[in-house]
Design a protein around this ligand. Structure first.
Ligand code: SAM
Length: 195
């Protein structure tokens, strides 16, 4: 398999080979964010790319929102569209090297971009980055996808196994608000850090 490092992702942005990018906040993400009430939440969006959900959160009054991506191009683009967004909350780093404590982490097409061998490390890092009682929420594909390149698929049974060790699984259920091209392929999930 190709090395899925920051250069790989940066090249994809530079070449415009970004099929995952729906160009606006996805219906599934908007549905999740519209349920949030605490504007003081510390919110992390890792592997955010162009970060449409970060823009949405910011415009809705959530000011403690952090965008993480290790490709510089989408961060620069985000900045050009959101000049008032604090630079200190745009973090160009490998997610696995990030430090911090968040109330909420939002997942969308970051998990499926990682080599499957990193899934346990993903769950552990998410757990470490959440405050006790903090939640990881978002969307995950529930169908098999590519074997040798992103996006990599998954299943509800796999996610239950992955998250059951250190999280309480609040729900993993079919997403009813998916973008048309993803309808029937995604679950909406929420897990809470308990250990
Ligand atoms: C498939 S894209 C999804 C982008 C965005 N979530 C969206 O839905 O448009 C995956 C993103 O994760 C980023 N990424 C992959 N591995 C990463 C890592 N280890 N640390 C930080 N960002 C990473 C890539 O640069 C890319 O922007």
């Amino acid at each position: 398999m190709q090395n899925l490092d920051s250069k790989y992702w940066e090249n994809r942005y530079q070449e415009g080979y970004t099929g995952w990018d729906v160009g606006h906040i996805s219906g599934g993400m908007q549905h999740i964010i519209d349920q949030l009430t605490d504007k003081n939440f510390n919110i992390l969006v890792p592997g955010a790319g162009n970060g449409y959900e970060v823009t949405y959160l910011w415009n809705a009054g959530f000011k403690n929102v952090y965008l993480v991506d290790w490709a510089p191009s989408p961060i620069a683009k985000f900045q050009s569209f959101n000049p008032d967004f604090p630079k200190s909350q745009l973090i160009n780093i490998d997610f696995f090297k990030l430090e911090g404590q968040f109330d909420l982490i939002l997942e969308q097409t970051f998990f499926c971009a990682l080599p499957p061998g990193k899934r346990v490390a993903y769950a552990e890092k998410m757990n470490q980055l959440l405050k006790p009682g903090g939640t990881l929420r978002g969307l995950l594909f529930k169908v098999p996808m590519n074997e040798d390149r992103p996006p990599f698929g998954g299943s509800v049974a796999e996610y239950e196994e992955l998250f059951s060790k250190k999280f309480q699984i609040d729900y993993i259920r079919d997403c009813l608000n998916s973008e048309p091209e993803r309808l029937g392929t995604e679950v909406e999930f929420m897990v809470t850090r308990v250990h």
